[in-house]
Design a protein around this ligand. Structure first.
Ligand code: F3S
Length: 279
């Protein structure tokens, strides 16, 4: 049985940057709180907790006048409210998410309706929508034109697949072209997502089984699992303990492993070790 990791796997630049920033800040300033988890991975959150980094769900839950913003970013209302309360901000928003926020604001200020192709309940999307004010809308289905202005801008959640974004934009044009005066599409899918997805698909094509490692709450990990499962038997697991020996029976000779952008190396290595033991 051959076990192979995808060429691009695990922590992306944005997650690495956020964790480094917060670790540095903790050393300088002592215990800190992030607004929501710093990334969507419980092992990372637990490890940071050992260094005094805990999670607050709102500004009211802060124990000190310092707030760490996660890599997913937040809307401008939260920044304004924190500043008004005199709270110091440590902002670890990923630069790719920041680029989406800037695009949403620019489009909304120019009179465009702003559609974000993505999950309306995801923190990143909620933050980006905050920059579009009352002109923003998040969806994964082509919306009706009823509440849109004739000038429309479309962005993507950074972790969507390019194929899904392409299909959404094409359907939007097909459905609404007659009503549109101007359409701007900003490809805000991040580089790390694109590279992770390409490497996972390349590996899935020559594997008999794919394991996708990462939090079930992680959008980019879920996307990897969806993409791989269209090609080969795929299981999304959070830890090595979830591997079911039944998956390895039969004609499974090549096992591919990929992992979401917030999955630590240790968790991936444990999966590889467990597979080797089970072999
Ligand atoms: Fe940033 Fe993309 Fe990672 S948006 S946090 S580089 S998955």
């Amino acid at each position: 049985m051959q076990i192979e990791k995808a060429a691009e796997i695990g922590f992306c630049t944005g997650v690495r940057r956020a964790i480094n920033m917060i670790e540095r800040a903790t050393k300088e300033l002592g215990p800190l709180q992030t607004l929501g988890p710093i990334v969507h991975n419980q092992q990372v959150v637990d490890r940071l907790a050992e260094h005094g980094v805990t999670v607050a769900e709102s500004l009211d839950q802060l124990k000190r006048d310092i707030l760490c913003i996660s890599s997913h970013g937040v809307g401008p209302q939260i920044i304004e409210e924190a500043e008004a309360r005199g709270i110091k901000i440590i902002d670890t928003t990923c630069p790719f998410v920041r680029r989406s926020q800037v695009a949403a604001k620019r489009l909304a200020n120019s009179g465009f309706s702003v559609i974000v192709f993505g999950d309306e309940n995801h923190r990143e999307v909620q933050g980006v929508l905050g920059y579009a004010g009352d002109k923003g809308l998040a969806t994964i289905k082509v919306p009706s034109f009823k509440n849109l202005s004739p000038r429309v801008g479309i962005l993507s959640q950074t972790t969507q697949s390019f194929a899904a974004f392409h299909s959404f934009v094409s359907s939007f044009v097909q459905t609404h072209l007659e009503s549109i005066a101007e359409l701007r599409v900003v490809n805000t899918i991040c580089d790390a997502t694109r590279k992770h997805q390409e490497a996972a698909l390349e590996l899935a094509r020559r594997s008999d089984l794919m394991l996708v490692v990462g939090s079930r709450g992680s959008a980019n990990t879920k996307r990897l699992a969806e993409l791989c499962s269209a090609l080969v038997e795929t299981h999304h697991i959070e830890t090595a303990q979830e591997i079911d020996p039944k998956w390895l029976s039969g004609k499974v000779e090549r096992i591919g492993i990929t992992a979401g952008a917030s999955t630590p190396d240790e968790v991936i290595d444990e999966v590889v070790s467990r597979l080797r033991e089970m072999k």
